[in-house]
Write a protein that binds this ligand. Structure first.
Ligand SMILES: NC(=O)c1ccc[n+]([C@@H]2O[C@H](COP(=O)([O-])OP(=O)(O)OC[C@H]3O[C@@H](n4cnc5c(N)ncnc54)[C@H](OP(=O)(O)O)[C@@H]3O)[C@@H](O)[C@H]2O)c1
Length: 270
């Protein structure tokens, strides 16, 4: 079992949504947090929230779609903390819309933030982790990685890419003391990127909440869990069906209301 107490953690997406909830769960266990996102105001609010735990907190305002800023982020954290024990790639964005209605720039940015930034940050922190013979990379993917939700094609591509890339790298680096985990949350209604729609996910698909995601991150680190699915059982079964039989998966997505939910969400009919 890995102890979180005293670990130095770089968490992206620390300014709003799920990030601050994950940060609080980790600081409560005695971790020191470097929080990264674009909004300095949001990061400061999260840092204030963490002050009660008496651990070290630093913030870095950074645009993760910019390669130069990714490098600056890691350098800044290393200069201040001296080490990064755990990297949590949580920052992400969702580009809602029919594929052809989206600008190429929006599609590209989604890939940059959701997939390329985690890959690059990992590339930057791994050499030190390998040298210290310990480290943990936690990637926040999504149930979308497994089910191919329509009207979220780019988002699904980035999350599926993130999940498979994690699986591959985990085996490649086995024996080096580096652990990799993927967290697969479902819809979250309270906060985060879908909360703005003010709609409930289809009842047969269910939902999760930020605390459950934070608990999954803690569990992944402490118990070295490879993949944690954080959602109701029907959504889990849907993902398994999609893997076993794509045709069955497509049929289930229609009858479980996933296709209608996604379409209506982008048509803003709710
Ligand atoms: N909410 C859900 O239902 C749900 C479900 C499954 C998975 N997830 C995943 O959970 C993670 C967090 O999602 P969330 O719901 O908390 O989303 P959110 O509320 O939209 O927050 C996204 C976070 O990412 C940061 N971010 C976005 N673009 C960035 C950029 N270019 N550079 C640096 N930081 C950037 C945002 O900060 P700034 O705007 O300040 O930069 C913010 O802190 C994402 O990876 C998401 O895909 C969410």
């Amino acid at each position: 079992m890995t102890t979180i107490h005293g670990k130095y953690i770089l968490l992206t997406g620390g300014s709003r949504g799920i990030g601050p909830v994950i940060a609080e769960a980790l600081a409560a266990r005695g971790a020191h947090l470097a929080l990264a996102a674009r909004s300095e105001e949001g990061l400061l609010a999260t840092a204030n929230q963490l002050s009660k735990f008496g651990t070290k907190t630093m913030i870095v305002a950074v645009d993760l779609s910019q390669a130069s800023e990714q490098m600056e982020l890691v350098e800044t954290v290393m200069n201040n903390f001296g080490r990064i024990d755990i990297l949590i790639n949580n920052a992400g964005l969702e580009t809602e819309g029919a594929y052809l209605d989206l600008s190429w720039e929006a599609i590209q940015k989604t890939v940059e933030v959701n997939l390329l930034a985690p890959m690059r940050l990992t590339h930057l922190v791994l050499p030190t982790m390998i040298a210290q013979k310990s480290g943990h990379i936690v990637n926040i993917a999504s149930v979308a990685a497994k089910i191919g939700a329509p009207y979220a094609a780019t988002y699904c591509a980035t999350k599926a890419g993130l999940a498979e890339w994690t699986r591959a790298l985990r085996l490649e680096l086995e024996g080096n003391g580096i652990h990799f985990s993927t967290i697969l949350p479902g819809y979250i209604n309270e906060v985060g990127m879908f909360a703005k729609f003010q709609i409930q996910s289809p009842s047969l698909i269910g939902s999760t909440n930020p605390d459950e995601v934070a608990r999954a991150v803690v569990k992944a680190i402490e118990k070295d869990k490879l993949e944690l699915f954080v959602n109701s059982s029907p959504a889990r079964m849907l993902s398994v069906a999609c893997e076993i039989s794509p045709a069955l998966g497509d049929w289930l997505k229609k009858i479980l209301g996933v296709v209608d939910f996604q379409r209506k969400k982008v048509e803003k009919k709710w």
